[in-house]
Design a protein around this ligand. Structure first.
Ligand SMILES: [Zn+2]
Length: 314
């Protein structure tokens, strides 16, 4: 099969769809966003994506014959045969996205979970470039994850592999996670989890701290003050990263990747995250996986569109 010259990567979110226009060698030529129309159970989303892509093709004087295909990430589980099973954020029930979008657009379509394509993008062109097996942990409002082995996403039988955010790290937790369980890592190391943990530390500690005076405390505030050596903030960061280090050790014992990447909005805090997780990681991980690299993701919000493109290259 001859590879065509161009391709599109699309990252569908609950508020916007990010689109990337690429050469199939991975060169990003253009990227833009459109609003995600979730009205009427998201019935217009695929048509809107198609229109946006055809507009871009017209601007660049190319036709669908020059395009390898469209790779799409969605915020939900996607079965290996390309069916989305419930995307609450998009209003979707069961949607055979690969078939439907291929019919509307007239192009080849592949789809996967958004966290998984972000991992694929990072593995291909980002922090994991040159590595065949990569695990990505995405610390955002929630925690997502993706596993890439031999340059292929591990989707799992139910399309739910890589649900790293809902691995239980504290079975004694009183509060319930969004998933109904108690003590998932998402309750501690997501942006919202860090703030909740910070409030708990503030309640239980007598220590003075500038973070006590911040009305709408964010995870970024906690990391910023930890970098300034505020004791209470340091304590919170050590707790969060310690849990992450232990979690990554368990993941490495199962998957044994070459590298683990930390991405998502929280990862903008930088090396402080990795520095504070290494001790717990090293003490828990099986000796043969001790040298697993842990690094920050590098593509930021573009990881999904790169991964989308990578999907259609096989
Ligand atoms: Zn959970």
């Amino acid at each position: 099969m001859n590879m065509k010259e161009y391709g599109f990567g699309v990252d569908v979110g609950g508020t916007t769809c990010k689109l990337g226009f690429f050469k199939t060698d991975g060169t990003l030529l253009d990227k833009w966003e459109i609003v995600t129309d979730t009205s009427n159970n998201g019935v217009n989303i695929l048509k809107d994506i198609t229109d946006a892509i055809y507009e871009k093709m017209a601007e660049n004087n190319i036709t669908k014959d020059d395009v390898q295909g469209i790779g799409v990430g969605v915020p939900g589980a996607v079965t290996p045969d390309g069916v989305v099973n419930r995307c609450v954020n998009l209003g979707w029930g069961v949607v055979p996205i690969e078939k439907d979008l291929a019919e509307i657009s007239g192009m080849k379509v592949r789809a996967a979970n958004d966290s998984n394509i972000a991992a694929l993008g990072e593995a291909w062109m980002g922090g994991g470039k040159g590595c065949d097996s990569v695990v990505m942990v995405t610390l955002g409002t929630g925690i997502g994850g993706g596993i890439v082995i031999n340059n292929q996403i591990v989707t799992g039988h139910h399309g739910a592999a890589g649900e790293i955010g809902h691995i239980v790290v504290n079975p004694d937790e009183i509060l319930e996670c969004n998933c109904g369980n108690h003590g998932c890592i998402e309750q501690y190391a997501s942006a919202t989890g860090i703030v909740r943990l910070a409030k708990r530390h503030m309640d239980r500690s007598q220590k003075a701290s500038p973070i006590r005076d911040i009305a709408d405390l964010t995870a970024k505030d906690v990391f910023d003050y930890a970098k300034k050596k505020d004791e209470l903030s340091v304590e919170i960061v050590e707790t969060v990263c310690g849990l992450l280090g232990k979690l990554i050790a368990k993941i490495c014992n199962v998957v044994n990747p070459e590298i683990v990447l930390i991405g998502g909005g929280v990862s903008k805090a930088g090396d402080i995250i990795i520095d504070n997780m290494m001790e717990d990681f090293t003490s828990e991980v099986f000796h043969a996986s001790k040298d697993t690299k842990i690094a920050l993701a590098t593509l930021g919000n573009d990881a999904g569109i790169y991964g989308g493109l990578r999907l259609i290259l096989d």
